[in-house]
Design a protein around this ligand. Structure first.
Ligand SMILES: [Zn+2]
Length: 463
């Protein structure tokens, strides 16, 4: 029987960080304690001076994403490989419903693109773009089939759902154990501003941000909170970017609502000043990057527990495809790669610079997404019986982020030149070492599809 022992590391356990040895057997964590009292093994991993974390979960990535006439550079092999190099052991992607199509077909299609290619385990959210009565009826069976989270957009013609459909969806999910996750932006305000700027010949990247001021996000979050609250349905806001958003979430929590939000790595360290740069179009994402005050508010939200998750929203559009919009910001495919960058940023910028505890970092990047999206305790925690998905972080290692150091297949790194202290040096997926010293040593297709089930009582405690 293959046994592996990780010795001497400081492991972040549910009870806090402490120096322990971890025994791995049959893909699972089989023991936590002192090596001498655990079973014998020949396979040792020395983690002295290092930090051992539960493998990260990125519940927001878009691999093989087709958007605005182009396709993302990351596929399920290259995307999950880069993820693994950044300490990620589970991703959740999106199965996009075709117009008139079923959710089951969308899931089957996405699985056919991912199975046999992913190097780590993965799940899918069902993305609803055409909320027909048939689809609404399908929601409960999709939840039972292991896809209990449903993504909707309140913006983008052809993808957005209206408030009536949103309310109907909350009704279905709240009864059946599903979670609605929302891209929250007010389509009408953004659309009007966009048309005005374009009419005035204001086509540069900065006008993308100006056409989506904070109110665009805040209004949509407020509306969703109201609709969900009306039915006592839990909801989750993806890629929240504004200080107003944090205030609304505070308010919801205060009222005892099951209201959750994530933000993404880039909203925590970049401002909209990048849109004035010559390569500003490469930073066009939605919602846009904001001001320093927003960055500060988001970090506060992470500290206080009104923002529960940090993800990446990896959407790796090439510089060439971005250039489709060089003469008009509205023609730029929205999105940036980032799946590999989260752990170094959260450790260096969060733990070292902003006093985020190691335990809180683990909650935000692993335990909370596991709880909210129905993967806990199989994933998201170092405890006996859980999958041996682990990442070893060298807290001293200094790295300059950018194209030279990344494994992402993108041709542009949003955090180019950012110097970080602390970097993942080893990743284990179900007990197998798949990244060692920055080198991917795993195998294509080793990852499995995860059937998820959300526990409504447990998610209420997520902060
Ligand atoms: Zn996204």
């Amino acid at each position: 029987m293959a046994r592996t022992m990780i010795t001497g590391g400081k492991a972040v356990l549910p009870t806090g960080a402490q120096q322990v040895d971890i025994l791995i057997e049959n893909e699972k964590i089989a023991g936590i304690g002192q090596a001498s009292s655990l079973a014998q093994t020949d396979n040792w991993i020395d983690a002295k001076g290092q930090i051992v974390l539960p493998g990260l979960i990125d519940m927001h990535v878009h691999f093989l994403d087709r958007f605005m006439g182009t396709i993302s550079l990351h596929d399920f092999f290259t995307g999950t490989r880069a993820a693994a190099c950044g300490g990620v052991t589970t991703i959740i992607d999106f199965a996009n419903q075709k117009k008139g199509g079923s959710l089951a077909d969308a899931i089957e299609h996405k699985r056919s693109e991912a199975d046999g290619h992913v190097v780590i385990d993965y799940g899918l959210h069902a993305e609803i773009t055409d909320p027909t009565p048939a689809v609404m009826k399908e929601v409960r069976s999709i939840i039972k089939a292991g896809v209990p989270s449903f993504k909707v957009y309140t913006i983008y013609e052809g993808m957005m759902v209206d408030d009536g459909a949103l309310l109907a969806l909350f009704e279905q999910t709240s009864r059946g154990g599903g979670l609605v996750i929302v891209h929250a932006e007010n389509n009408f305000i953004a659309d009007r501003l966009r048309r005005e700027y374009l009419r005035e010949g204001k086509t540069g990247a900065m006008y993308h941000a100006l056409s989506k001021p904070n109110i665009v996000e805040a209004e949509a979050i407020g509306r969703i909170a109201y609709l969900a609250g009306h039915l006592k349905a839990p909801f989750y806001i993806v890629h929240m970017s504004t200080r107003e958003g944090r205030q609304i979430m505070q308010h919801c929590r205060h009222k005892g609502q099951a209201a959750f939000a994530e933000t993404c790595t880039h909203y925590l360290c970049l401002t909209d000043s990048v849109y004035r740069r010559r390569d500003g179009i490469n930073y066009i994402i939605s919602p846009p990057l904001r001001k320093q005050e927003d960055i500060e508010a988001l970090w506060e939200g992470l500290h206080e527990g009104t923002i529960s998750v940090v993800s990446t929203d990896d959407a790796s559009f090439s510089v060439e495809s971005k250039r489709m919009g060089k003469d008009s910001f509205d023609k730029v495919p929205n999105g940036m790669a980032g799946v590999e960058l989260r752990l170094p940023v959260m450790f260096s910028e969060g733990v070292l610079k902003r006093g985020l505890s190691l335990e809180r970092m683990v909650e935000l990047t692993s335990t909370n997404p596991a709880r909210l999206f129905g993967l806990f305790p199989q994933k998201g925690v170092i405890q006996v019986g859980s999958d041996a998905d682990l990442v070893i972080l060298d807290p001293q290692k200094k790295v300059k982020l950018g194209m030279k150091t990344t494994h992402m297949v993108t041709d542009f790194c949003s955090l180019e030149g950012l110097r970080v202290t602390g970097y993942p040096v080893m990743t284990l997926s179900r007990g197998k070492v798949i990244v060692e010293n920055g080198k991917f040593v795993g195998r294509q297709g080793e990852g499995r599809f995860l059937h998820r089930k959300i526990d409504f009582n447990a998610i209420r405690n997520v902060r």
